[in-house]
Ligand binder design. Sequence first.
Ligand code: BGC
Length: 414
Amino acid sequence: MKRLLSVCAVISGVLCGSSAISHAADKVEVLHWWTAGSEAEALNVLRQHLKTEGIGWQDMPVAGGGGDAAMTVLRARVTSGNPPTAAQMLGFDITDWAKAGQLASLDSVAGPEHWDAVIPRAIQRFSKYDGHWIGAPIDVHTTNWLWINKAALDAVGGKPPANWDQLIAVLDAMKAKGIIPLAQGGEDWQEATLFEAIVLGLGTDFYKKAFIELDPATLKGAKMAEAFTRLVKLRSYVDANFSGREWNLATAMVIQGKAGMQEMGDWAKGEFLRAGKTPWEDFVCIRFPGTQGAATFNADQFVMFKGGDKAGQIAMAKAVEDVEVQQDFNIIKGSVPARTDVPDTKFDACGKKGMADLKEADRNGTLFGSMAHGYAVPAAIKNAIYDVVTGVFNGDIDPEDGPSELADAVDLAK
Ligand code: BGC
């Protein structure tokens, strides 16, 4: 037994524990926040793939985009010594768990399957810790998109807005036609998603200084004041019933033509496709005005915990990085594959644009982690930013006070 354990340690690090060699996985338990129709359908690709290998699936969904509720449930499970086989996770949450020494190494799968060569460096920064793989990315989403109902756009001239002034002109024209101009959900992470697009639209250096470097002068400066002014301006195009609305219900408003457009990550596209809609015929996908050429990303990853079912962890890690799984999952989900060797041929026009935009932004040094989705700053700082953005959006904080409140909140959370 002693010899077996030491061989085990050499071969595969932490993933190789007592049960790794003694049984094959019979099921995996997966914690995630994919509860919208298209999200569940995408996840089903993974589930079916495992099924063909004789591995069952125990679903552990925790509703709430951005994943904050899921992270709370996960913490309780890990603390009580009962982690799921795998958990969906984003950016800094992954590195924080890794720092705490809680994550299982995936090296025994990543090494032989050459993840180093096929997963983009920008994502590897969050999938590896101390040289070891601890996250298996399944997708790359970008958040600076605008989804427009094509008929609503045609009703106001048909030209997608390319800058802020054009955006306001289109919103005004839709309002005049009796269409709710902007579909917005009323949750802090959704308001933060809108806000980060506004910030990116005011300049890539500005986004970087504000949300990646957390530069105090930038956080409390004149440009940030402009960002809050724009946020409040956009708020005036939202209907009165937005409070508490989930993101997919806001997307449904655009799908049905009740609202003109929604700013949201490309998981929104999953809902359009699920409703049988076609890009550029029924809906338009453009970068949020002023952000073409840049992108804010969040890649969903699966992490496994030390002490979890080893055989299940290995099966899950392999399945997540399967080329066909990545292709089929991402076509449904609205995202692009986390592997660079998945062909774009089967993706729709928006998916192809997503892939091309990501490459371009990466080449130009304008690919940044999404603040709203955990890829720019750790959770405590992200939540501090959420509070101020939500406060301004909902009229609890004066927009003029936004910059100083933001700088103070970030400073306190650091
Ligand atoms: C996740 C997406 C998900 C979205 C809404 C984001 O944080 O990265 O995969 O679709 O939240 O639930």
